[in-house]
Design a protein around this ligand. Structure first.
Ligand code: ADE
Length: 229
């Protein structure tokens, strides 16, 4: 397979749609059963992988993407739940990622940390994070917490926020981060808030998905425009 500049990992078709119309020289391939859309956005060679939801899908997709297309960097992107006071449609950029559902505390480890990890936090690549900041200057920067759960409870949201000082939650980014780090590929995460992870999160998610995804797509396109310079 041909090398690309930027690999984008997106969980859902709805989150991908905003970018679809921007792709030139568009081609689709399936690898390991994963759908990849190849082409150029703003003159940057991209491979967009539709991972499906959750950590296992995200991890498998990141491995496949990095082996098949040797991207210079990988971006996990889409929508996220806001923890705390982030309003819907605000933008978040990760400076670190945690897996809130890892729990080896029975063995004296910190919540979120696996053996071999000094800290539960996987730091995003600084250069990528800074490039993302340039195109989303008012974005909130902080920790994004990932787990195989759609968070729709104020108490759960508060617990995750307090345990990890996290500002947002999703179901893929920390898995992408863990694999990207293992593969030695620089990575970043940018997402737009679709809901507040509280009791109406499911309804808000459905109501805001399209708008949040559309804004997200625009920011990713701006990132790519800057990337080519
Ligand atoms: N992605 C968007 N909203 C989310 C939520 N509330 N929990 C987990 N992932 C999400």
């Amino acid at each position: 397979m041909k090398k690309v500049s930027v690999g984008l990992i997106i969980a859902m078709e709805e989150e991908f749609r905003a970018l679809d119309g921007m792709i030139s020289k568009r081609k689709e391939v399936f690898l390991n059963g994963i759908r990849f859309i190849l082409g150029k956005i703003n003159n940057v060679k991209i491979a967009i992988a539709l991972s499906g939801i959750g950590k296992v899908n995200a991890a498998r997709t990141t491995t496949t993407l990095s082996h098949a297309f040797s991207p210079e960097c990988i971006i996990s992107t889409g929508v996220a739940g806001g923890l705390g006071k982030l309003s819907k449609l605000s933008v978040v950029i990760a400076d670190g990622l945690v897996q809130h559902d890892i729990d080896l505390t029975s063995f004296g480890r910190q919540k979120g940390a696996l053996p071999g990890m000094e800290s539960p936090v996987i730091l995003a690549t600084r250069e990528i994070r800074d490039r993302l900041k340039k195109v989303a200057v008012s974005a909130n920067i902080g920790i994004i917490a990932t787990g195989d759960q759609f968070i729709a409870s104020e108490s759960k949201a508060l617990k995750i926020a307090n345990e990890f000082q996290a500002i947002a939650c999703d179901m893929e980014s920390a898995a992408v981060a863990q694999v990207a780090k293992l593969e030695g590929v620089p990575f970043g995460v940018i997402r737009v808030i679709s809901d507040d992870a509280g009791k109406d999160a499911d309804e808000d998610f459905s109501a805001f998905l399209e708008k949040a995804a559309s804004l997200n797509g625009q920011i990713v396109a701006d990132f790519l425009a800057l990337y080519s310079k």
